[in-house]
Design a protein around this ligand. Structure first.
Ligand SMILES: [Zn+2]
Length: 219
């Protein structure tokens, strides 16, 4: 009986060790050496799109923080253009918004990051528009590829029929020469998107899909 107990104990220890080993291996360090810059849109004097008490800037930051946490599990070095409710504008600037965007572009370019991800929410006068959509410029030749990988995943895993869209002549993204995309995580003007975007679960889902897309691109 004693021998039996001992062997059961051994089996249990081996089981725990194996389980811990497998768990530790859940996150392969496949993004080691990669620098990712996350840009949570708006902040400070600029709340972005709003619906009643809901501010785009707050949801952008919350999703961005979740992406950072996910990416770091895979070994990436992650920076955020802002980590709180503030903007990057110059104090006495005539056009504060422009200086905010210029500062963001400078941070991203000077970091020589491997990818940037800008996080925003969409808004439209019509509440019927919904879904996550990825935008890219032609500024870096990798942008389209990143956008298409990402949009495909969003279509597979979220309720969106939207396609990756090429945008040019935007003040911020025309100034960023590093590879990257803009993700409009959903429409704050759509009741269903808005309901989801407020939840931690949905924000986490967006973070997980974004991380998956980044990993797929670097593979
Ligand atoms: Zn925005």
């Amino acid at each position: 009986m004693f021998k039996y107990k001992i062997s059961m104990l051994f089996i249990l220890i081996i089981f725990i060790c194996t389980f811990t080993f497998v768990k530790a291996n859940d996150y392969e360090p496949i993004l080691i050496g990669k620098i990712i810059y996350i840009d949570p849109g708006h902040g400070g004097i600029d709340p972005g799109a709003i619906y009643k008490e809901l501010k785009e800037s707050e949801i952008n930051l919350s999703i961005s923080n979740k992406i950072k946490t996910e990416l770091e599990k895979y070994g990436a070095i992650v920076y955020l253009t802002r980590t709180g409710n503030y903007d990057l504008s110059e104090n006495n600037a005539q056009n504060k918004k422009r200086t905010d965007l210029t500062a963001r572009a400078r941070l991203i370019n000077e970091s020589m990051c491997d990818m940037y991800i800008s996080i925003h929410l969409n808004s439209d006068p019509s509440p019927t528009w919904y879904g996550t959509q990825v935008f890219y410029t032609n500024k870096n030749q990798e942008n389209k590829k990143i956008a298409e990988i990402m949009q495909k995943l969003f279509k597979e895993k979220l309720n969106t029929k939207r396609e990756a869209k090429n945008i040019n002549n935007t003040y911020l993204y025309e100034r960023i020469n590093r590879p990257g995309i803009l993700i409009e995580a959903g429409f704050i003007s759509n009741p269903n998107d808005r309901y989801l975007l407020k939840t931690e679960e949905h924000q986490q889902k967006i973070a997980n899909i974004t991380t998956e897309g980044i990993i797929e691109y670097f593979k």
